[in-house]
Design a protein around this ligand. Structure first.
Ligand code: ADP
Length: 270
């Protein structure tokens, strides 16, 4: 079956936040691609135009550590986003107990992740939804960030429960307190959580609600004092937490090198 005359549809790869993802062959290049079909029905007409305009900008974001958006078009009432095809993602790698992750492997994944992030932040594009299953891994082990900018264009509404739960573990404290003004630091925070997850081989801060997530963050890094974060008490969803002091970071990551801990602590702004 064809999607326009350019793409030959293959099997479904999975269901994502925004809709179904399927494999396809790009007859123009012969390459395998992944097509995300985004339901537009729920969005107002105006949003479609804005979305398409912004998606045009994403097509210009080309970097070895960013998933390339090859094409974008509306078709049969759905928006179709065509990406380069990737073999697997970091979540699957972390979960697969048969895969050994040496310090060199972790370093290399983190470097690729941060290079991709730096490239986009330099162009003033935030990711906003960094998590291990958005870090795609190619056949040669190259890591690329997926879904760049989509969270901002489409928002994160109508996420089903699992999506919301998994995304929560990577959310920065200012987001959990409901800030409306945030910057690239929210992606760096999430990248720190992913770094920690590579070291631990399990999600680092697994909150069961937004309140619990902040509790987990403060248990790990200490409750921030208002002298450290004066704006905190003004944030829309601010609630007071009982003061706890931070355990040594080393106690949470017994096997990590000093350099790894140094980088990690800076990514968590501590
Ligand atoms: P989520 O919204 O949960 O992050 P996605 O919409 O990114 O999920 O993807 C849904 C499914 O499609 C996932 O299982 C993922 O493995 C697969 N997928 C997404 N992008 C690609 C890609 N570029 N290449 C291969 N598979 C992909």
């Amino acid at each position: 079956k064809r999607v326009t005359d350019r793409y030959l549809k293959r099997e479904v790869l999975g269901e994502g936040t925004y809709g179904v993802v399927f494999k396809a062959i790009d007859t123009k290049t012969g390459e395998t691609v992944a097509i995300k079909r985004i339901r537009l029905g729920k969005y107002k007409e105006g949003v479609n135009f804005t979305a398409l305009r912004e998606i045009k900008l994403l097509k210009e974001l080309k970097d070895p550590n960013i998933i390339e958006l090859i094409d974008a078009f509306p078709y049969k009432g759905n928006l179709h986003l065509v990406f380069e095809f990737m073999e697997t993602d970091l979540e699957a790698v972390i979960r697969d107990r048969n895969i050994v992750l040496s310090p060199a492997d972790i370093k290399s994944y983190i470097q690729m992740m941060l290079k991709g992030l730096a490239f986009c932040h330099k162009k003033w594009v935030l990711h906003r939804d960094m998590k291990p299953n958005n870090l795609l891994i190619g056949a040669e082990g190259q890591l690329k960030l997926g879904d760049f900018g989509l969270a901002r264009i489409f928002g994160s509404p109508e996420r089903n429960f699992t999506h919301q739960v998994f995304a929560r573990w990577y959310r920065a404290p200012e987001l959990l307190f409901g800030t409306k003004q945030y910057g690239s630091a929210v992606d760096v925070w999430a990248a720190g959580c992913i770094f920690a997850e590579l070291l631990l081989r399990r999600p680092f801060l697994q909150g069961s609600s937004d309140i619990d997530q902040l509790g987990k963050i403060f248990a790990a890094f200490g409750t921030p004092k208002s002298s450290q974060w004066p704006d905190m008490v003004c944030l829309p969803d601010y609630v007071e937490y009982q003061f706890v002091s931070a355990p040594p970071l080393r106690s949470l990551f017994p096997m990590a090198s000093d350099d790894a801990l140094d980088l990690l602590s800076r990514m968590f702004y501590i």
